[in-house]
Design a protein around this ligand. Structure first.
Ligand code: SAM
Length: 264
């Protein structure tokens, strides 16, 4: 990349996410790029942009280049230690806030909080809910703590390990659920494997959560889980042992992606 190049020169090239990459390299808002489109980039800016273009072309997700990702109504810091929050996970928020009133005094825990999106979004929407969150990754918890402006109890814990004696009205989780040999893993190589994979059939963590959840739920309490579109039937069978009122929810593509159940 050499010579005098303007913003417009880059905007007219067919490069993935070029508008967003220009905003990062120049520290400008998207609108400014169009009003200053004849601006000639300095050598330093060109070098930075070139690095970003290369990383993006190698498949690094834009969220890891920018260090942030929008979720529901908020913006969250992310790092390679955290999963990039996905729009499907917003369904968990919609379901949770329909279960209880925002001003009810209830206890909620988000298991495997990652960047903290579920716990923090719920804390923002429902100020009276007492919210806790766990993750077994210390690095992810550091990011979640940076993201929160609310009072959330964070636990460095493998699922329920550090929660002895505590009970909740709602346990919500987007746990790892891909099988070890899932074909999507190649395209997810920049994201932490511990956030994605859960044994041979992708259900190891979901089995553990379902098996232990009843001990940690108050009477009539709910378990709300995200899962892959091929796991619904097996999860219903696992839930039937200790749960009733099992309801499956579909994502915007009509695929079964979330399950809600009430402890018996
Ligand atoms: C699919 S990611 C979800 C992250 C976040 N909740 C979201 O929806 O974007 C799963 C998370 O579970 C965490 N995790 C994996 N195994 C765990 C375990 N045994 N105990 C607690 N957290 C675990 C991972 O570190 C990761 O942050």
């Amino acid at each position: 990349m050499s010579g005098r190049k303007t913003i417009n020169d880059f905007l007219s090239e067919d490069l993935i996410d070029i508008t967003h990459l220009l905003t990062l390299a120049l520290g400008q808002k998207k609108e400014q790029l169009y009003t200053d489109s004849n601006y000639v980039l300095t050598n330093k800016e060109l070098k930075r942009l070139d690095e970003l273009i290369q990383q993006r072309q190698q498949g690094k997700p834009f969220a890891y280049l920018s260090g942030s990702q929008g979720f529901y109504h908020l913006d969250f810091k992310v790092s390679p230690a955290t999963l990039i929050p996905r729009p499907e996970t917003e369904l968990l928020i919609d379901i949770a806030i329909d279960l209880f009133k925002p001003n009810q005094l209830i206890d909620v825990i988000d298991l495997g909080t990652g960047s903290g999106v579920i716990a923090i979004t719920l804390a923002n929407k429902c100020p009276s809910w007492r919210i806790s969150a766990t993750d077994k990754s210390k690095e992810a918890l550091k990011i979640a703590k940076k993201n929160t402006t609310k009072d959330i109890n964070f636990y460095h814990s493998s699922w329920f390990d550090k929660l002895t004696g505590k009970t909740f009205d709602l346990i919500v989780s987007n746990p790892p659920y891909l099988a070890e040999n899932d074909s999507h893993l190649e395209s997810l190589k920049y994201e932490p494997i511990e956030a994605l994979v859960s044994g041979k059939d992708g259900l190891d963590d979901i089995r553990e959560i379902i098996q232990n959840a009843p001990k940690y739920l108050n009477q009539g309490g709910y378990l709300l889980l995200e899962h892959s579109d091929r796991q619904q039937k097996e999860i219903v069978e696992l839930l039937k042992l200790s749960f009733v009122n099992i309801v499956t929810y579909q994502d915007l593509n009509g695929l079964d992606r979330v399950i809600l159940a009430q402890v018996r």
